[in-house]
Design a binder for this molecule. Structure first.
Ligand code: HEC
Ligand code: HEC
Ligand code: HEC
Ligand code: HEC
Ligand code: HEC
Ligand code: HEC
Length: 273
């Protein structure tokens, strides 16, 4: 008997569901819908996105394509700094607020969420060693610094060590790959040509490392960093023809060949649609 009651109960519950379903189906709502996805941004974080979507649309588009954009890691998470940071400034949208930002973002910021990757990075020569290769006055008996300042920088013609002319060869010739020591102006903003720079860059707060050399901002794509091309902007040329050697090798030939096969396959399947 008890079992029967349960059955009848279940049956009427099921019928009720069918009935409500039908009731809804009778009056379909086909009005235009606005899909809003709330990812739990604070009002301050949402403001950066809203205004920058107008002022710097390229950055927003790029950010939206990346996994961090999808995961809700926003401008706020990477660009906000303490008021007393040597890098603290305010963009025009933040004047009059208590929020301070920096256009400079080093590995220290990424470390908050990616401690393992940052620790590994600091063990590699891409970190401090990379910058020291061009800044260390003792390296190669001082010959490398002399190369930049004395010979290429025209020190031998009497150009002073700290002058713009003297620094030009170091900046254009070495720091874009190896990293710089970022200098800031009185407004705490980076001085052009000392930032942005290469992989081992030393930031004004003492932190080291530009993670974007391999996974470019603001998409920060792992797929991009895995490609040989991601290394080619630095690992090329007569001193270290790594990309040239690779692309001429059997491995590189296979890579290029597979890539073009893959592309033509994609093209064909698109055309077939
Ligand atoms: C995952 C961290 C991260 C997020 C999220 C992020 N940025 Fe950045 N942003 C960076 C890094 C890294 C750089 C380059 C800094 C460097 O080389 O020191 C940068 C540089 C910039 C610059 C300077 C560009 C230039 O060349 O002068 C602007 C402007 C900027 N970001 C705006 C934004 C805006 C707006 C958002 C939100 C949509 C955003 N960023 C989100 C990490 C981030
Ligand atoms: C009302 C508009 C507006 C808002 C809100 C806004 N910004 Fe900006 N931001 C700008 C504009 C415009 C620029 C271009 C440079 C300037 O005018 O200062 C800029 C520049 C920047 C830069 C580059 C600074 C430099 O010195 O090169 C960063 C980084 C940045 N904003 C991050 C943020 C973050 C993070 C937030 C939220 C906490 C935010 N912005 C909120 C309008 C805004
Ligand atoms: C507030 C936390 C946070 C900060 C700060 C942060 N990340 Fe991330 N990052 C994440 C999360 C969460 C994911 C994973 C997203 C996913 O897998 O869906 C991620 C994923 C990534 C990925 C993998 C992307 C891919 O294509 O698979 C890279 C690369 C990355 N972050 C680099 C950086 C760099 C470089 C910085 C500093 C400039 C940084 N992150 C700062 C939280 C953060
Ligand atoms: C196009 C990018 C690029 C430029 C520009 C560049 N380098 Fe390098 N440099 C590299 C790469 C990549 C390596 C690592 C080569 C390897 O290990 O195969 C390297 C290696 C070195 C090394 C050996 C590493 C070490 O710690 O002893 C020194 C020294 C060096 N570079 C000095 C300089 C100087 C000085 C300049 C400027 C006159 C300069 N480089 C310009 C990319 C560059
Ligand atoms: C020399 C190039 C290079 C630099 C510099 C670099 N990365 Fe990467 N990163 C890569 C490559 C390549 C991968 C993909 C590795 C793989 O295939 O698993 C990667 C993967 C990642 C991932 C995803 C890891 C996972 O398991 O999904 C994160 C997060 C990341 N990097 C963060 C950083 C941070 C933070 C920095 C700065 C300290 C940084 N990377 C600097 C090349 C680089
Ligand atoms: C922004 C420039 C830059 C990019 C991009 C870059 N490198 Fe480097 N790499 C350097 C410099 C500079 C050195 C020399 C560091 C030193 O020894 O002083 C170096 C050294 C190395 C070394 C030898 C040092 C070590 O830690 O063992 C390896 C291996 C290497 N890079 C691999 C890669 C790979 C793989 C990629 C791409 C995923 C890549 N690099 C992308 C600049 C770069």
């Amino acid at each position: 008997m008890k079992q029967l009651y349960v059955k009848v109960g279940l049956l009427s519950a099921a019928m009720l569901l069918v009935w409500t379903g039908m009731a809804c189906a009778e009056t379909p709502n086909l009005a235009p819908r606005k899909i809003e996805i709330k990812r739990g941004y604070t009002p301050e974080a949402a403001k950066c996105i809203e205004c920058h979507a107008e002022k710097t649309p390229g950055i927003i588009e790029d950010w939206k394509l990346g996994k961090m954009g999808h995961a809700g890691v926003s401008c706020y998470d990477c660009h906000i700094v303490e008021k007393d940071s040597p890098m603290a400034s305010q963009c025009s949208g933040l004047k009059g607020t208590k929020l301070f930002i920096s256009p400079m973002v080093s590995s220290k910021t990424c470390e908050r969420c990616h401690p393992t990757e940052v620790a590994e990075f600091h063990k590699s020569a891409h970190s401090d060693l990379s910058r020291m290769a061009i800044y260390d006055k003792k390296k190669a008996g001082g010959k490398l610094v002399a190369l930049q300042l004395q010979h290429e920088g025209a020190g031998f013609l009497g150009v002073e060590t700290d002058s713009a002319i003297n620094e030009a060869s170091r900046k254009s010739g070495c720091t874009f790959c190896h990293g710089s020591e970022v200098e800031v102006g009185p407004d705490n903003k980076p001085i052009n040509s000392s930032w942005p720079a290469g992989v081992g860059t030393l930031y004004p707060d003492g932190s080291v490392g530009t993670c974007t050399v391999c996974h470019t901002r603001h998409q920060f794509s792992v797929a991009e960093a895995r490609k040989p091309e991601a290394c080619a902007s630095c690992h090329l040329g007569p001193d270290h023809p790594d990309i040239e050697i690779y692309l001429e090798s059997k491995h590189g030939q296979r890579y290029l060949n597979q890539l073009s096969l893959y592309k033509s396959y994609r093209q064909r399947s698109r055309n077939a649609r």
